[in-house]
Design a protein around this ligand. Structure first.
Ligand code: NAD
Length: 516
């Protein structure tokens, strides 16, 4: 193991010599298949992780259920106090160490790795407040001497199946709300980022144990498809919060629905930025640059489609290409790196296949289109951010309608805003979109009934990067899920509508008469 990797793993108390246990339910274990964690920058094996055997998997689910029956009776503000302690444990130095591990294992640059841990800290703050504000309602009854209460109770067990590209924050979003709501949570992280999940679970479990709370309130099962399927199928899991591809989301969604479980689905994005002639290009150009190139194009909210008004298209593209020319791929942990590697060989394949397809349909490739092959980049999955102009602007063509999880930006030119909105809405996905304009009428159209149909609808803000205070999620094949702020917490509780009769009579609703 390189000394750098060893330092990062040791700073988070992860063993650098043995196989690392990847299952936690109050105790660490793992006697199933061994998976490897590979550094996308250097190709080095960071660790071998012992995942859960099928028997262990069902034991963990059983312990998580038991932990729920304890945790649901802990008063919500006391649960909030435990979340506050998790927040403290994540802050200060740990934030930097964990951020570095995200960069090491996932491949995103240092500032984004640390930013991801900050997102977990922010949602903890939010959930601490929430723990004193998860209020129900009192509803006026039509019957004399009656009251109706809508009461939020803990839901049960929440299963979180997460994607590789946010190996810490997505779990944080779910865990914080789930704990505030009084649930136990079991996490199945991406099989390619097991170390991030082990480090997080180490931190969270210590806080739980020091408070006398069963560790299985925040259980962990590393592993691949089988572990994910077990969670989707388990009748002991009330809510499955799934983040990942549309393809797997569809399988998980159907499985959970077939047993009448609840889901939150956060699936693929295919996000567009639309630039009007009155836009401030000094804001729009760098924002599109970050949206398309940041995280090497591996955010669900990455800008993948760019629709430029004909009047500003040449200038916009010239300025954007100038910025692309400044990108220097390098080690994501080095200061000032803006472009790290793709996370995996699967990502490389997506990139190569998409470029090949663009060439086969005679798209003009303005910049990029290749891997970086010189040393030391050849050891990692480094690819050139690419801007392409496909000949066809038909949004139902393969190149426009499919999310390619890589830094490839496709451009088309429009004449009327209505046309660009139609293109924006014509793809299956509906996560994020941006309009760049200074004109109030354009703005009104964009955010109104005939405007963008995505879950995140921005104006003069890029498609990528969201704050935890508002609900996050997308529509259509992105899955309609909402997480983080807004009303997202309401999905993590079991709502009871309770009608109470304080009177000496028992009238029926709607005046129904049924004499006995
Ligand atoms: P993926 O679908 O390959 O994997 C997601 C998770 O599902 C992993 O934990 C994986 O091990 C698990 N899994 C695989 N097969 C399974 C099965 N049959 N049953 C149950 N679980 C199974 O996705 P990925 O490549 O890790 O992540 C990239 C995708 O995630 C992109 O499409 C991206 O847009 C999406 N994403 C969406 C959001 C959002 O909020 N909308 C956020 C992040 C990532």
């Amino acid at each position: 193991l390189s000394s750098r990797a060893s330092t990062i793993l040791s700073s988070l108390d992860i063993s650098t010599t043995d196989e690392v246990p990847g299952v936690y339910d109050g105790q660490w274990g793992g006697s199933g298949e061994v998976i490897t964690s590979i550094c996308p920058t250097t190709g080095e094996i960071l660790a071998r992780v012992k995942t859960a055997s099928p028997h262990e998997l069902s034991e963990v689910l059983g312990r998580t259920r038991e932990a729920y029956t304890v945790f649901r009776d802990v008063p919500a503000p006391r649960r909030g106090e435990i979340i506050r302690q998790i927040r403290e444990a994540l802050a200060a130095k740990v934030r930097l160490h964990l951020g570095a591990l995200v960069s090491l294992e996932m491949g995103k640059i240092k500032t984004e790795g640390v930013g991801e841990v900050q997102e977990f800290i922010d949602i903890c703050d939010y959930a601490v407040g929430l723990s004193r504000m998860m209020n129900g309602r009192i509803v006026a009854s039509e019957r004399p001497g009656h009251s109706i209460f809508e009461v939020p109770n803990p839901l049960g067990v929440v299963g979180v199946i997460s994607a590789f590209n946010f190996p810490v924050a997505v779990y944080g979003w779910n865990l914080a709300l789930s704990m505030a709501a009084g649930n136990a949570t079991v996490w199945k992280p991406s099989h390619t980022t097991p170390l991030c999940s082990i480090a997080v679970t180490n931190i969270v479990s210590r806080v739980l144990e020091s408070n006398g709370i069963p560790g299985a309130v925040a259980g962990l099962v590393t592993g691949g498809r089988d572990a994910g399927s077990a969670i989707a199928e388990s009748r002991d899991i009330e809510l499955v919060s799934f983040t990942g591809s549309e393809h797997v989301g569809k399988i998980v969604g159907k499985t959970v629905m077939s047993r009448f479980g609840k889901t939150i689905l956060e699936l693929g994005g295919n996000n567009a930025s639309i630039v009007m002639p009155d836009a401030d290009l000094s804001l729009a150009v760098p924002s599109v640059f970050f949206g398309a190139v940041g995280t090497a194009g591996q955010r669900c909210t990455t800008t993948r489609r760019l629709y430029l008004h004909r009047d500003i298209a040449p200038e916009f593209l010239e300025r954007l290409q100038t910025l692309y020319a400044t990108v220097k791929p390098a080690d994501p942990l080095a200061d000032n790196t803006l472009l790290g590697p793709l996370h995996s060989h699967a990502g490389l394949k997506t990139y190569n296949d998409t470029i090949e397809h663009l060439r086969s349909i005679d798209a003009e490739i303005l910049t990029g289109g290749d891997r970086y092959t010189e040393a030391p980049l050849d050891a990692g999955n480094f690819v050139q951010p690419t801007i392409a102009i496909p000949k066809s602007v038909d949004p139902t063509d393969h190149i426009w309608k499919k999310e390619a999880f890589a830094p490839i930006l496709n451009v088309a030119i429009f004449d009327k805003l209505e046309q660009a909105i139609q293109w924006n809405n014509a793809v299956p996905q509906g996560l994020s979109s941006s309009l760049w304009t200074r004109n109030m009428q354009n703005l009104g159209k964009w955010i109104g009934p005939s405007g963008s149909d995505t879950g995140i609808v921005n104006v003069n803000v890029g498609t990528s990067g969201a704050e935890i205070g508002a609900a996050f999620g997308g529509n259509k094949s992105t899955g309609w899920g909402r997480e983080s702020g807004g009303d997202a917490w309401k999905q993590y509780v079991r709502w009871s509508t309770c009608t109470i009769n304080f009177s000496n009579n028992a009238p029926l609703a709607q005046g129904v008469n049924f004499p006995a």
